[in-house]
Design a protein around this ligand. Structure first.
Ligand code: TGC
Ligand code: FAD
Length: 389
């Protein structure tokens, strides 16, 4: 939420940010408008991700930004959320880029890795000189990752990994792979695997109609020998896996509001300028009601994220709040994108108006990191104590 105008911020949310947070948000906003916005339409059309973006994000301090040391900017969780919102205001693929690198690659190495692993991998990941990916999902194990088939077994000084991961962001361009696998007793462990390791290969999923800038692919592990020192020693079962997801879901909760805000402002400006029945569309009651709903949901979603971020900064356990916000903000963002598209009429389907791209991206954002249904079931279990998965 950029709120230099009162109509943009009726809840005075701006007043709740520190000067440092406002400054980080401005840097993120300026960076996105200068470097990402000019290329987003073409890169989406071409299904193209410019890998140099990672170096630029690194030089801005936007990668692994909340950890301590290893070259991190060491900012708070609210600031991380503001960056995620600024990135997704341009395109969900860009927010995905920082989510994966920060929450799903840097986070597990930082929290579950050895000091040697941290020193070896974190500085370059934080600078954006190397790119990471996170392999949990498989074709037959999406919402229920515990049914995964990818397995490891110990052999001399190595672990041998076999299996196939599917729908993995960055897989085709990654240097560092965080791979989750189980043993015969179904114990889950995380491994760091480097790009050129024998037996590891990737393929690109082509012709996606959503999140087109992001490079999504498969990871094939065929008797991959992973040196013992590359296991993430400190993982403690599934809760370690889910702790990575909590962080990424938190970023999505903010990011989806960023995308919604872009759609709302485009629709508002369009409605103010579009003359139909001799008057601006914005003068019509039906249109004003739609704009009112958009602003309401964006303001409430944003303030929920801010509240969650403040709680996270105090080290509170907010995993349930994250499910609530990830689920609801994605849902509201899709509704806002859809209504914005509608207000733009035929022009709404043109790529240069951006709204349709956000709408189709948000279909992915609603699905990954736990679908809307899965977060409903997490929330349902929390209040009833009944597991309905
Ligand atoms: P369940 O029995 O509920 O839990 C097992 C253990 O994990 C603990 N736990 C959590 N810990 C921390 N945070 C959370 N959010 C946690 N949720 C559960 C739990 O306390 C328990 O611990 P312990 O000590 O008792 O063992 O597990 P379940 O197998 O019943 O699974 C439940 C379910 C369905 C909620 C889970 O499987 C789930 O979340 N499924 C959704 C899968 C998902 O989100 N996949 C994401 C893949 S990564 C991705 O999409 C990246 S996209 C990135 C991008 O491009 O931006
Ligand atoms: P399914 O689990 O097959 O679900 C299909 C439908 O059934 C959904 O509507 C779901 O809500 C519903 N459903 C499932 N279970 C239940 C139930 N118990 N009750 C009622 N309804 C249910 N994964 C990674 O590990 N790393 C990544 O980097 C990554 N990046 C991704 C990038 C993209 C572009 C996409 C699209 C996905 C990515 N994923 C990644 C995978 C993503 O996390 C999964 O797609 C997601 O978890 C859902 O799994 P699924 O697609 O197999 O759907």
């Amino acid at each position: 939420m950029q709120s230099d105008k009162l109509w943009l911020d009726p809840l005075y949310l701006e007043d709740l940010l520190s000067e440092e947070e406002k400054s980080i948000r401005k840097s993120a906003h300026d960076f996105c408008n200068k470097y990402l916005l000019p290329k987003v339409v073409k890169d989406n059309r071409d299904n193209f991700f410019d890998k140099d973006i990672y170096k630029n994000l690194g030089s801005m301090g936007f990668l692994g930004s909340t950890i301590e040391g290893y070259g991190s900017a060491n900012i708070n969780k609210v600031s991380y959320g503001l960056i995620a919102a600024a990135m997704e205001a341009i395109d969900s693929s860009y927010r995905s880029a920082i989510s994966v690198q920060s929450s799903l690659v840097i986070h597990p190495i930082y929290y579950f890795g050895s000091e040697e692993q941290k020193n070896k991998y974190l500085p370059d990941l934080i600078k954006g000189k190397t790119i990471g990916c996170f392999g949990l999902t498989e074709s037959e194990a999406g919402s229920d990752p515990s049914s995964m088939k990818t397995n490891y077994k110990e052999e001399n000084n190595y672990y041998i990994l076999n299996g196939t991961k599917n729908w993995i962001t960055n897989a085709p361009i990654a240097d560092i792979f965080i791979i989750w696998a189980i043993d015969t007793k179904k114990n889950i462990k995380g491994f760091i695997i480097e790009k050129n390791t024998e037996g590891l290969s990737t393929s690109l999923i082509k012709n996606k109609t959503s999140l087109r800038i992001s490079q999504t692919g498969q990871i094939i592990l065929n008797n991959v020998k992973v040196p013992k020192q590359n296991i993430l020693q400190k993982t403690e079962g599934w809760k370690s896996v889910f702790s990575c997801l909590n962080n990424a879901r938190y970023g999505i909760a903010w990011g989806s509001i960023g995308a919604a805000q872009t759609c709302w402002l485009i629709a508002k400006e369009y409605a103010e300028n579009r003359i139909m029945f001799n008057k601006p569309l914005a003068s019509k009651q039906l249109i004003q009601k739609k704009l009112a709903i958009m602003q309401t949901e964006i303001s409430l979603g944003w303030s929920g994220c801010l509240h969650a971020g403040r709680a996270m900064d105090k080290n509170k356990d907010i995993k349930i709040a994250i499910s609530l916000l990830k689920r609801n903000n994605c849902l509201k963002a899709i509704e806002i994108a859809r209504e914005s598209r509608d207000i733009l009429g035929a022009n709404g389907i043109l790529e240069e108006y951006h709204v349709m791209r956000h709408l189709v991206n948000l279909e992915t954002v609603k699905t990954y990191e736990g679908t809307e249904d899965i977060h409903s079931l997490i929330l349902g279990k929390f209040q009833t104590n009944i597991d309905a998965f």
